[in-house]
Design a binder for this molecule. Structure first.
Ligand SMILES: Cc1ncc(C[n+]2csc(CCOP(=O)(O)OP(=O)(O)O)c2C)c(N)n1
Ligand SMILES: [Mg+2]
Length: 518
């Protein structure tokens, strides 16, 4: 056995089932080991941001790590933006990066760079293996670290991948969150009781069904409101789950919402801050007088903490019918007609979205209405941006479809953001994934145009226009899709969208629908 085989064997023993890879020469032993050591399915991503975004999407859905396999520092650098999103979403990712042979490093070959320096910026855990034998322990610890909801990066020199070593059994590495301290739960409970108006802000790991169930109980006991960050990352929602309001993007609206509360309870979520530093606007949305209560630390299990808090508050154990807390069944809105607008696009999706859908929302300015229109639909999952780094949608949808092959995936996708990692469509075609990509084709970086007008800029020069418009030429989405092996169609009306969306959801395999928007 060599180090690479030990790596794969230990990953399998640690519960890793899939690998999103874009390998190079330094990872060839691992590529060979994926064949000789069974247990891991492999998916080629044609850019590292596709691999890391897919690993993120997979991790968000299953709350267990996929492996991303990347080539040296440059490969990791290409994958970093989506690892940043994974970090912000609390996604588990086992990130394996090949390194030059240790004896070759001194020669400073062209591809050499500081891999550790890059890894540190996005990883909660990172290590460079120090021998072939150590790889067993390293992989096992990395996978356990990832399961705590973080990126774990293991850098593996090529000579250790090749070196013969004993067939070691890594000591099973139990996933262990730090214990919850009953004193801090009691303290949170007594503060909550003292307030008449309080918001419970749920982080991405708390927005899974068990976390939401516990949050509903807390709401029942205290009357608190349930909020999520503007980019919540992951959310189970729909009929029978509690209503959770997203904190608005723009600071004035966010401040108007949050100023209603005497205090906030942060459950696996950071304190809300504005996206950018706008002159004259405070970074922190809460005032100094509003109390911030932190429910648990990073290394504690937020769902367990919420359950403990619900118990401490004496909340009822089950909440079945509570119209003030749980989303009521929504009668589906009728299908709109006429020329498409962002509103009609969202209405059409809300009218046709199947039960159990996974909706990957990177619609930026086009998706605002979607969220409010769909809260009482049959249960579904929404994956959103998390770290604000665009180019996450198509890869995340790819990973989510691989994680949950029986669930329809709908990717509501802004056009500018789509172009960063558009080649993920090829992976969808190759794997026959059930993903419907709805391109919000407004042929612009509309959000930047909106930010400019917010900043009081009333007229744009030709350079500012050139840098925010996606025209001359317009992107031909039908041909782009077809070039990657995905059937593509363009629609201009709401009727056309409804027809094509129904068709795409019925037929197996990926589809792309360009929605021509004003
Ligand atoms: C990696 C990265 N590069 C650039 C940006 C800055 N940025 C934010 S939104 C955006 C363009 C959004 O355009 P589009 O995706 O078409 O959405 P729209 O605003 O048109 O709805 C850009 C360039 C970013 N957030 N992340
Ligand atoms: Mg756009």
């Amino acid at each position: 056995m060599n180090g690479a085989e030990l790596l794969v064997k230990t990953a399998v023993a640690s519960g890793v089932e899939v690998c999103f890879a874009n390998p190079g020469t330094t990872e060839i032993p691992i590529v060979m080991a994926l064949d000789s050591t069974p247990g891991i399915k492999v998916y080629l991503g044609l850019f590292e941001g596709v691999c890391t975004g897919a690993a993120d999407g997979y991790g968000r859905m299953l709350d267990k790590p996929a492996m991303a396999l990347l080539h040296l520092g440059p490969g990791l650098a290409n994958g970093i933006a989506n690892l940043h999103n994974a970090r912000r979403a609390g996604s588990p990712v086992l990130n394996v990066v090949g390194e030059h042979a240790t004896w070759h490093r001194d020669a400073d070959p062209p591809l050499a760079m500081d891999i550790g320096g890059l890894a540190r910026t996005v990883s909660g855990w990172w290590r460079t293996s120090a021998s072939a034998e150590d790889i067993a322990r390293d992989v096992s610890e990395a996978a356990a670290a990832a399961r705590l909801g973080q990126v774990a990066t293991l850098i593996v020199p090529n000579d250790y991948q090749l070196a013969q070593c004993e067939d070691r059994q890594a000591p099973a590495c139990a996933v262990s969150f730090d214990p919850i301290d009953p004193g801090s739960i009691e303290a949170a409970a007594s503060r909550l009781r003292a307030f008449s108006k309080v918001a419970l802000i749920l982080g991405p790991r708390a927005l899974r069904k068990p976390g939401l169930d516990a949050a509903s109980r807390i709401k029942k006991a205290t009357g608190c409101d349930l909020l999520a960050q503007n980019l919540p990352g992951y959310m189970d929602r729909g009929m029978g789950l509690p209503l959770v309001e997203r904190i608005p993007y723009f600071p004035e609206q966010a401040t108007a919402l949050l100023s209603r509360y005497e205090g906030v309870l942060l459950a696996g979520s950071p304190e809300p801050v504005t996206f950018f530093g706008y002159p004259g606007v405070k970074s922190r949305i809460l005032s100094d007088e509003q109390e911030r209560i932190t429910l648990c630390a990073d290394r504690q299990d937020v769902i367990e903490a919420l359950e403990c808090l619900a118990n401490a508050l004496g909340a009822p154990v089950h909440i079945r019918e509570a119209p003030d807390i749980l989303a009521k069944k929504l009668e589906r809105a009728p299908l709109p007609d006429g020329n498409l607008t962002v509103e009609k696009a969202c209405l059409t999706l809300a009218a046709l979205q199947p039960e159990n859908a996974i909706v990957v929302d990177e619609a930026i300015t086009s998706g605002r209405l979607y969220f409010t229109l769909t809260q009482g639909l049959p249960p579904h999952t929404v994956i959103t941006g998390s770290g604000g780094s665009i180019g996450q949608g198509i890869p995340c949808a790819t990973g989510a479809a691989i994680a949950c092959p029986d669930r329809p995936v709908i990717n509501l996708q802004a056009d500018g953001s789509a172009m960063y990692t558009v080649q993920a469509l090829w992976t969808q075609a190759r794997e026959g994934l059930n993903v419907t990509t709805l391109i919000c084709s407004n042929r612009s970086y509309r959000i930047l145009q909106m930010e400019m007008s917010r900043a009081g800029i009333t007229s744009c020069g030709p350079k500012a226009r050139a840098l925010t418009e996606l025209i001359r030429p317009a992107i031909d989405w039908v041909q782009v899709a077809q070039g990657f092996g995905v059937p593509g169609v363009s629609v201009r009306t709401a009727e056309g969208l409804a027809r094509e969306l129904k068709k795409a959801l019925e037929e197996p395999g990926p589809h792309l629908i360009e929605m021509l928007l004003p």
